[in-house]
Every structure is written in structure tokens, then in C-alpha cells.
Design a protein around this ligand. Structure first.
Ligand code: MG
Length: 122
């Protein structure tokens, strides 16, 4: 099974999303705390990633820039953005750069997994 890469600067969100994924059988999760770290993780695991999940607002490199950077070498891996109501407008830019979908925080695990299942097959 391929990996899911989760990038968010909030430990709480990282934990919640990881738990939700594990609850539904997605065990192989790579976590990163900012866009720079995320980019490194993605480069190191190229070809072995089923799905990326990016927060929008993060230090060092935000989620939008991260999408742009990843799409320079990977055009196919789905990228889901985690957004808040206030940064919904940034979704348009994220989509232009190649983001695949998004989910608005806060979300219920069940709803979140439904979005994940649109892109990943176990
Ligand atoms: Mg954030």
C-alpha cells in the first residue's frame, strides 16, 4: 500500500487526521510540520505516495506554494487541501496550481474519509 503524506503545522490536526485515517485502515502515513519539510518528504518518497493532504497556512512554505512545488515533478498524485472558512478564496489559486480537492476544517472523520476514498483505493 502506498503512503499518505500529511502536512500541517498544527499537532492537533496532524493527530486528528492521522487517527481518522488509521481508524479506516490507512496505516502508512508520513507527517510533516511545514511546507519545506513536506516537500522534502514527498521528494524522498516519490512514486510511493497515494495521496497528499496539505494545510493552507503554514510557516516556511504555505500549502499553496507546496502544491506549486510538488507539481513541478509530480502531476498525478492527488492533493487535498485542508482549509478554514476564511481561506476558502485561496482554493482557486491552489486549484490553478494543481490541487485536486479540498475539505473545510473542522470536519467529521467520516466525512473526511469519504473525500479520501474518492482518491485512494486500499
Ligand atoms: Mg496551519
Amino acid at each position: 500500500m502506498k503512503k499518505i503524506v500529511l502536512v500541517d503545522d498544527s499537532d492537533v490536526i496532524l493527530d486528528i487526521v492521522s487517527q481518522a485515517l488509521k481508524m479506516y485502515g490507512y496505516e502508512d502515513i508520513l507527517r510533516a510540520k511545514d511546507g519545506q519539510e513536506g516537500l522534502q518528504v514527498i521528494k524522498q518518497n516519490q512514486g510511493n505516495i497515494a495521496l497528499c493532504i496539505f494545510d493552507v497556512n503554514m510557516p516556511k512554505m504555505d500549502g499553496i506554494s507546496l502544491v506549486k512545488e510538488v507539481r513541478k515533478f509530480d502531476n498525478t498524485t492527488p492533493i487535498i487541501m485542508l482549509t478554514t472558512e476564511t481561506d476558502k478564496s485561496k482554493i482557486i489559486t491552489a486549484k490553478e496550481y494543481g490541487a485536486t480537492g479540498w475539505i473545510v476544517k473542522p470536519f467529521e472523520a467520516e466525512k473526511f474519509i469519504k473525500v479520501v476514498e474518492m482518491y485512494v483505493t486500499k
